[in-house]
Design a protein around this ligand. Sequence first.
Ligand code: GDP
Ligand code: MG
Length: 313
Amino acid sequence: MSFHSGFVCILGRSNAGKSTLLNALVGEKLAIISPKPQTTRNRIQGVVHLPAARGKLGGQIILIDTPGVHKPDSSLGRKMMTEIREALEGCNLILLIHDVTQKSAPADQFVLDMVKKSGTPAFLLLNKIDKLGREKQKLLAIIEELRQRHDFKEIIPLSALKRDGLDTLVETVLQALPAGPKYFPEDQVTDQPTRFMVAEIVREQILAQTKEEVPYATTVIVEQFDEGTNITRIAATICCEREGQKAILVGKGAQMLKKIGTAARIQIERMLGQRVFLELFVKVSPGWRESREFVEGLDWRRQLQGLVGSQKS
Ligand code: GDP
Ligand code: MG
């Protein structure tokens, strides 16, 4: 029996449920989630391994989660849109995810234009159907409207959160992919380095615990990552833009920093399967979101390239 594989880009507005879908399909938490827009800043690859079962096609679906499509207003925002374009390049299929509880907005047209321009076949995923309750007939109106705006190969209603409709999705995606190789070994579910996932877990806690502009003005850099036999020692710096934000992140008697640190540590320990000693520092880096150099420096793909480059020379 043949083996299908390929790259599948998850695209959509902020908060549509892209990262929730990635995690649900891969079966592991690879991307951080929050109800706040623009939680995801980098593209994230997750691998769904599908062994050929009796009469069933086997394959490998490489999903690429992307930041929400938005109008960029900073170097960070522009970098996020570049991440989306790079994810679209050379992918076999697009999953355009739409939150059925949201009214259509100009941003939808912008996303659709990106899909059209790419020329790549696309499925429309209508997410959060669990929220419709008795208003299921609303779905038909949404399908009708979006069908007129683009020639989707498939339209699939689902709930990423409740894992409803995911089996159908996986089967349909696999059918749509070409016969291809195993791109990743079976025990690998992501291309993300652990260090980067650690920084993201800390950032997720900042998103959960702080309000207003603080999460958006914050980034996390892992400075030290030492895996010992019994304990992993990690030191990370939380960069924000202003003294006032630093005061919030540290909190009275460093309460906030402790709260963020403890919650993040528990998750990191779960991920690594080992005890963790996590030290957090807060630093003010005025206007980092506007600095192209700073934002590019955060990109682990670029950091890896730099390492390979310096080894070669
Ligand atoms: P992203 O910005 O597109 O990556 O969206 P996230 O995956 O971060 O999800 C945004 C919010 O929507 C989070 O609070 C999720 O828990 C929630 N969410 C995602 N999928 C569903 C769903 O199927 N049903 C419901 N009720 N909520 C969902
Ligand atoms: Mg996301």
